[in-house]
Design a protein around this ligand. Structure first.
Ligand code: SF4
Length: 177
């Protein structure tokens, strides 16, 4: 089976993409890198929940550091953008850039992200960032639109079955409102 790095933002959003990738003949390796999440308590809840779930279903799990300062530096000047605006493009770019570097360090040539499972996110906006980064580093970004074929609904029902913590906002402090 071909390994693929699956950038994951949380356990509920990772649940369906893991199944889908396996169905498609991949062995997903989960990577949690989300310096956008605020506050740190929320970050920790999402991180722990995902790590626990990966252990439960026997999927390899790795994580990056909580570099919240990097997030604030990157989105400076775009704090008041609406969701799906420029701030979100920068946020996707930051997270996927780190994911590619991780994929390269593991010599894994494919990567994708759970971010597209959310109906609140524009998949083309995610794909644009993923593809640009893939080209820069010579790694392949697979444009999975995980919200298709009831992906979001399935992920929520797996979350419910597993008593997972499910957040009510995207992640950054600006999305809390
Ligand atoms: S709303 Fe979500 S995607 Fe957009 S900047 Fe905030 S955390 Fe990132």
């Amino acid at each position: 089976m071909k390994k693929i790095i699956l950038h994951a933002c949380c356990a509920p959003c990772a649940s369906y993409p893991i199944i889908k990738l396996k169905e498609d003949g991949f062995e997903p390796v989960v990577f949690f890198y989300n310096p956008n999440i605020f506050p740190s308590k929320e970050y920790e809840i999402r991180r722990v929940e995902l790590e626990k779930y990966c252990k439960k279903i026997n999927v390899e799990y790795f994580e990056g550091n909580y570099e919240i300062k990097r997030f604030y530096e990157a989105i400076k000047g775009f704090e008041n953008e609406p969701e799906k605006g420029k701030r979100c493009s920068i946020c996707f770019n930051l997270r996927l850039d780190k994911t590619v570097k991780f994929a390269k360090s593991k010599e894994i040539k494919y990567f994708t992200t759970t971010l597209s499972v959310s109906p609140h996110k524009n998949s083309s906006q995610i794909f644009q960032e993923g593809s640009a980064i893939a080209q820069k580093y010579g790694v392949e970004f697979l444009e999975y639109n995980f919200k298709k074929q009831d992906g979001f609904k399935i992920s929520r029902s797996i979350a419910k079955e597993n008593n997972m913590y499910a957040q009510s906002y995207c992640g950054c402090e600006f999305s809390q409102a």
